[in-house]
Write a protein that binds this ligand. Structure first.
Ligand code: 5GP
Ligand code: ZN
Length: 119
C-alpha cells in the first residue's frame, strides 16, 4: 500500500485525522466531505496513494472500476435516494486546470433533493 507522508487523505485513511466514515473495505474508504456542496457529499478514496487520473497506470484500472462500481452502494449508505427520482453526481477533479485541491485521487459523490449546485 503506497502512502504519502504529507497527504491529508493518507492521514484520514491511517486514522491520524478523524473523518465521518460511510464505507470501508480493504481497498477503499468513503467519508463525508468536510465542506459539503450538496445535501449528501461523500468522498471515495483508494487506500493506496494515487495522485489523480493523469498518467494512471494499467495496474490501477481494476481499482478505478471498483470505485465506480461501488458508487451506487456508497451513495445509498450516505443517504442518496434510489432510482430515477433520486440519483447522484460523480466528479473527479484532476490537476490545476481540473480544480483539484487534494492530490490523492478521490471521487466526489453528491446527491440529495435539489435544488443544489456544485462547481
Ligand atoms: P478537490 O477539489 O481536490 O476535488 O476536492 C477536495 C475535497 O476535499 C473538498 O471538497 C474539501 O472540502 C475536502 N476536504 C479537504 N480536506 C478535508 C478533510 O480534512 N476532511 C474531509 N472530510 N474533507 C476534506
Ligand atoms: Zn495520499
Amino acid at each position: 500500500m503506497s502512502t504519502h507522508a504529507d497527504c491529508i487523505f493518507c492521514k484520514i485513511i491511517a486514522g491520524q485525522i478523524p473523518s465521518k466514515k460511510v464505507y470501508e473495505d480493504e481497498e477503499l474508504l468513503a467519508f463525508h466531505d468536510i465542506r459539503p456542496a450538496a445535501p449528501v457529499h461523500v468522498l471515495v478514496v483508494p487506500k493506496t496513494h494515487i495522485v489523480n487520473l493523469q498518467g494512471v497506470g494499467a495496474e490501477h484500472h481494476a481499482l478505478l472500476g471498483r470505485m465506480l462500481g461501488k458508487a451506487d452502494e456508497i451513495a445509498a449508505l450516505a443517504g442518496c435516494r434510489p432510482g430515477a427520482e433520486g440519483g447522484f453526481r460523480v466528479v473527479i477533479n484532476n490537476g490545476a486546470d481540473g480544480g483539484q485541491e487534494v492530490y490523492h485521487l478521490h471521487m466526489h459523490i453528491m446527491g440529495g433533493p435539489r435544488p443544489w449546485r456544485a462547481g
